[in-house]
Each structure stands twice: as structure tokens, then as C-alpha cells.
Design a protein around this ligand. Structure first.
Ligand code: GLV
Length: 318
């Protein structure tokens, strides 16, 4: 009897092909209802999950004793309870590396769009409100030649630094640890967080979500930023205090923001929805066709490896 595998959402077919030979159920196109998920997970040996599912004690217990692997199709795994998995001997895997460049593209796209007011410009045009070219119409700050502050200098943060160099930007970074080889490779300079926030023209956040990084950017940090600063978040929503950011944008204490992630997805703070000076994307950081294929394949390969008793390529270190 082939072992049972649950794929919680429809994923690119390249990933499903890797699972051939198992008894695979794909639960739903959209985020599955919790009750449905708890039902569907019964008796499975592997779960291929996405960021929209909370994989906790309850879900693992509903799966039962056959469960051996949770393969999350994301680099982030804050939706998975690692302790609960560890206690049950369940291996957790993620999909790092394959999405670095695409996610850095998204961050740079948001940075450019927020600076050059692309969302506002498009809304003006689509609403029929654009009547003529204007000498001072929709002007925003230049990006090229400015200072970029990268908060969280892991693989995606470094990929962003490479893009910034192409725009002749000076790159500053802050992380828990200094990374001298990354400094040499990217030309980035290490600063303490406070100094980075005071100095940078653009601040882009690339930390994982952990208890330590929750609200890493709150009212105090926003206050340190220049009134001309632009904040970009494509990591996880709760790393930025969304209500404090909405206030700062409304009061003009920073110039603009570009967001791809939110504290309570798919909810967005209502004030942000009303503001012109924020570009809002619906968590599309890794959403290129090629990258989503690679993520699906890597997640599926990790799952298959564990079920075959082999080491997965990218386990999450508990
Ligand atoms: C997406 O948000 C991811 O973590 O890959």
C-alpha cells in the first residue's frame, strides 16, 4: 500500500510529479478550512504545507502516529510548531535558496514603486484623473545613489544588496552577527540598528519571524528614521508593528512604505488601505513561475526523502 501524503493546497504540477508513487491528496485551491484540514490529515505520513496553514500540535495529533515529515513550501516556517514536531519525531523541511533572487527582486520592486509613487500614479490614471503631464506631478525621491539599510543580512538580504549596487547605492546592514565575507562580497557596511535607521534612505527588512524579531520595527524605530525614509517589508508581517507604521505614514514622519506581508494575513490594517504613500502587495515575494516550480519540487523532494528514510536536502534546524 503506498503511503498517504497530504498536499494542503494546489501547487505547481512539477511538485506533484515528484510525489508520484504515493497516495496523494491535494486538499484545496484556496487556504483550506481548519476542520477540513484536520479531517484530511488523518493517517498521512507526510504533509506538504504552505504558509497559510498553521501546523501545530492539534494538526499533528490529528494526523496520528504515521506522520514523519512536514515539508513547508516556503523559506519561512513560523507557521510550523517545531517543538511539537520534534517531540513527535517529525522532520520539518523548508525551501531556502531557490527563492532568494526572486524575493530580492520583489523587495527592490517595492522600493522603486514606493519611491516613485507607482501605485498612486496608476490609481490616478485608471480613475480618469490624469489630465496632463505636470512638472511637479507625482515626483518622488531618486533611488540610485542613495543609502540602503538592510535589516537581516541573510541570503535574501545579500541578494538585495547586489541589486542595490547596480543602482550605485551605498549598502548598510544590520544583523545579529557581523558577516565579514558577505561584507566583502557585497560591499555592505555593518551598523548597529539604531544608526542604520537614522542613516538609511531606504530600509528593507529580511529577518525571519521569531519571538526576538516580532515588532522589531515599532514606534521607537520608526521615530529614528528620516522623514524622507522609505520602509520595505517582504519578510513577515509581524516583524513590523503595522499600526505604528500606519500612524507614521499618515503623519508623514516617514515618506512611504512598500509592503508584501501583513500581521494578520489576509487582513491589512484599514488605515494602510486608505493611504496613498504605501504600496501594498499580497504576499507575492517568491511568486515567479520559475521559483514557485522550484519551491514545489524542493518541498516534494524533501518529503519523499524523509519517507524513503533518506536525509532531506533542506531540513529546518530545530
Ligand atoms: C514565503 O513567504 C516564504 O517564506 O517562502
Amino acid at each position: 500500500m503506498p503511503e498517504k501524503v497530504l498536499v494542503t493546497r494546489e501547487i505547481p504540477s512539477a511538485g506533484l510529479r515528484v510525489l508520484e508513487g504515493f497516495d496523494v491528496a491535494v486538499l484545496s485551491e484556496g487556504p483550506p478550512e481548519r476542520g477540513e484540514l484536520l479531517e484530511a490529515v488523518r493517517g498521512v505520513a507526510g504533509i506538504l504545507s504552505t504558509v497559510t496553514e498553521t501546523v501545530d500540535t492539534e494538526l499533528m495529533d490529528a494526523a496520528g502516529g504515521d506522520l514523519r515529515v512536514i515539508a513547508n513550501m516556503a523559506v519561512g516556517y513560523d507557521n510550523v510548531d517545531l517543538d511539537a514536531a520534534g517531540e513527535r519525531g517529525v522532520v520539518v523541511t523548508n525551501t531556502p535558496e531557490v527563492l532568494n533572487e526572486t524575493t530580492a527582486d520583489t523587495a527592490f520592486m517595492l522600493l522603486l514603486a514606493a519611491a516613485r509613487r507607482l501605485g498612486e500614479a496608476e490609481r490616478l490614471l485608471r480613475s480618469g484623473g490624469w489630465d496632463a503631464w505636470g512638472p511637479m506631478q507625482l515626483t518622488g525621491p531618486d533611488v540610485w545613489g542613495k543609502k540602503l539599510g538592510v535589516v537581516g543580512f541573510g541570503r535574501i538580504g545579500q541578494a538585495l544588496a547586489h541589486r542595490a549596487r547596480g543602482f550605485d547605492m551605498e549598502v548598510l546592514y544590520h544583523d545579529q552577527y557581523r558577516n565579514e565575507s558577505a561584507e566583502q562580497e557585497t560591499g555592505a557596511q555593518y551598523l548597529e540598528l539604531e544608526e542604520l535607521l537614522e542613516t538609511a534612505d531606504f530600509i528593507s527588512v529580511h529577518t525571519p519571524l521569531t519571538p526576538e524579531t516580532r515588532h522589531l520595527i515599532g514606534p521607537g524605530e520608526l521615530d529614528l528614521m528620516k522623514p524622507t525614509a522609505i520602509l520595505v517589508n517582504s519578510s513577515r508581517g509581524p516583524v513590523v508593528d503595522e499600526a505604528a507604521l500606519a500612524d507614521a505614514l499618515e503623519q508623514g514622519s516617514i515618506f512611504a512604505a512598500g509592503l508584501d506581508v501583513y500581521e494578520e494575513e489576509p487582513e491589512v490594517h484599514p488605515k494602510l488601505l486608505e493611504l496613498e504613500n504605501v504600496v501594498l502587495a499580497p504576499h507575492i515575494g517568491s511568486a515567479s513561475i520559475e521559483t514557485r516550480d522550484k519551491m514545489a519540487v524542493l518541498a516534494a523532494e524533501n518529503l519523499v526523502a524523509v519517507l524513503r528514510g533518506e536525509d532531506p536536502t533542506t531540513p529546518v534546524d530545530a
